[in-house]
Design a protein around this ligand. Structure first.
Ligand code: THU
Length: 132
């Protein structure tokens, strides 16, 4: 599945976002080291703090399907606001920590919008992240 276009997949995934409160749709597409694709979208809740980000819905699905040894090769995050505008938005702090849990030294995180795309390593996004 290496030829998969993660941007196209993340754009498709964000259409399923449940975001009646922020009206901000986010889609995440991940490629695992095993070569599989998983996608996710943000799922909000009337109790706002229960909201789950797109990155975490995609990663939890990957673990559920591949098991605890799942590793991320690439993560791509896309978004669209209620005006139809899409700019590259980096993952939130919680998602950075969540990505780091399943990352290797080679994992790449991309965030994309109409104006272009940014690619970062996990250590650039989360220097000095938490661990025991
Ligand atoms: N959101 C994500 O899905 N990923 C992030 O990394 C940051 C924020 C979602 C959560 C909420 O539904 C909406 O974007 C606005 O914060």
């Amino acid at each position: 599945m290496d030829k998969v276009d993660l941007k196209t997949e993340a754009d498709k995934a964000l259409e399923n976002a449940y975001s009646p409160y922020s009206k901000f749709k986010v889609g995440a597409a991940i490629l695992t080291e095993a070569g599989n694709l998983y996608t996710g979208c943000n799922v909000e809740n009337v109790s706002y703090g229960l909201t789950i980000c797109a990155e975490r819905t995609a990663i939890t699905q990957a673990v559920a399907r591949e098991g605890p040894d799942m590793k991320l090769r690439e993560v791509l995050i896309a978004n669209r606001n209620e005006k139809g505008v899409s700019i590259p938005c980096s993952p939130c702090g919680a998602c950075r920590q969540f990505i780091a849990e399943f990352a290797t030294q080679n994992t790449r995180v991309r965030y994309a919008g109409k104006s272009g795309e940014v690619t970062k390593s996990v250590s650039d996004l989360l220097p000095d992240g938490f661990s025991f």
